[in-house]
Design a protein around this ligand. Structure first.
Ligand SMILES: *Cc1c(COP(=O)(O)O)cnc(C)c1O
Length: 371
């Protein structure tokens, strides 16, 4: 675990104006679900943004009523998985203000990931403007009950109808959004996690550092098997030695050993989570001892054995912080902090959600109100 991963920063040369005019076609209002029944990702706001790319550049940027895509059955994405996406939220505060959280970082991440998949990236500033345009049109779809939000899902797909294997020459970029319920209806709930020692999510320098749908397909079988055994998700280990912690489910992972907060380094198999980065920034701000370093499952077990494994949690946009109450390895189970949420986990959760909903000061300038 020694080489340093350099994320791709040079997207394909794209002849494109930095911005395009965005045409807006408004739908007639639809009835909304009661906020208590939202769940996650089942209902969608009324509008979507889309634009197309051909070798001449991007065109046809528009906001239109949400609806099915028309796609050629030979579209490259359906055969070779040339696809990536983003995920972030818009939050409505008690003050009624709708805020985005570290939006420009998400837009930049999609552009960087697109390069790895040989796809043209939308200009990050224009991407951000497209999100804000869509959010203004669907402002009423940002729910207001505590813990609810509007989850935004930008997606870039290869749609050239061609069965040869090479980067496609036609792409569709679209943004949809979904009002989602509170992730924790009854307070933060520590989950049981299965330590997966056989299957892997992503090898180093594969697609693991990119938010590609392909990584999720790779993870389905082990996650399903873990659920059958009564676990919420799997803890992924590295693809070479099946030894070092990588991620937990589709979240980044943090371990507190004594008073050191440890998270695996970004070396080409782990996604650079925006929540991960936020936790690290807060921890450093608070003067905690923070290490981005390789951490093996043996080290976690040894720390548990001597009573030093204080907390473990996943971090990601959907749950913000997901405390881990137990690790399972077949016959062995390790309870963490007696299955209760740890002190730091709770503090990160309270601070991050406080900033997102505008209840707490935002010294890093992470949020931006929708005008
Ligand atoms: C999206 C994602 C995360 C979390 O990233 P955030 O930016 O914090 O939402 C972590 N791991 C994987 C594999 C992901 O796809």
């Amino acid at each position: 675990m020694s080489t340093t991963f350099v994320p791709p920063t040079t997207p394909l040369p794209v002849r494109q104006p930095r911005t395009l005019p965005i045409e807006v076609r408004v739908a007639s209002p639809r009835r909304q679900l009661p906020e208590g029944e939202l769940g996650f990702g089942r209902v969608f706001a009324e509008h979507m943004f889309s634009m197309e790319w051909t070798p001449d550049g991007w065109r046809d940027a528009k906001v239109q009523p949400y609806g099915p895509l028309s796609l050629d059955p030979a579209a490259a994405v359906l055969h070779y998985g040339q696809e990536l996406f983003e995920g972030f939220k818009a939050y409505r505060g008690h003050d009624g203000v709708v805020r985005t959280y570290r939006l420009s970082r998400h837009c930049r991440r999609l552009a960087e990931g697109a390069a790895r998949l040989c796809m043209p990236a939308p200009d990050p500033d224009f991407f951000e403007e497209a999100v804000r345009t869509l959010l203004r049109v669907d402002r009423d779809w940002v729910p207001s009950a505590p813990g609810t939000s509007l989850y935004v899902r930008p997606t870039l797909i290869a749609c050239e109808p061609f069965l040869g294997v090479r980067p496609a020459e036609k792409y569709l970029f679209f943004i949809i959004s979904s009002p989602v319920g509170a992730y924790y209806a009854e307070g933060l709930n520590p989950v049981r996690i299965w330590v997966e020692k056989k299957q892997v999510r992503a090898p180093r320098n594969g697609l693991g550092a990119v938010k590609a749908g392909a990584n999720y397909a790779a993870g389905l079988q082990a996650a399903y098997a873990a659920k059958q055994r009564g676990y919420a998700q799997v803890l992924w280990l590295d693809a070479n030695e099946h030894k070092y912690l990588e991620e937990v489910g589709t979240m980044n992972v943090f371990v507190r050993i004594d008073d050191e907060l440890v998270t695996p380094p970004l070396e080409g198999s782990i996604l650079a989570g925006v929540t991960r980065d936020s936790v690290l920034a807060l921890a450093r701000e608070w003067g905690l001892k923070v290490s981005e370093r390789a951490i093996s499952i043996d080290e976690v077990q040894a720390a548990h054995a001597r009573g030093a494994l204080r907390e473990m949690f996943g971090s990601g946009t959907a749950a913000v912080i997901s405390p881990i109450g137990e690790l399972g390895f077949g016959d062995t189970q390790l309870a963490i902090n007696g299955g209760r949420i740890g002190e730091w986990s709770q503090r990160f959760y309270d601070e991050l959600t406080g900033i997102q909903y505008g209840r707490r000061p935002d010294p890093f300038g992470w949020t931006r109100a929708l005008d």
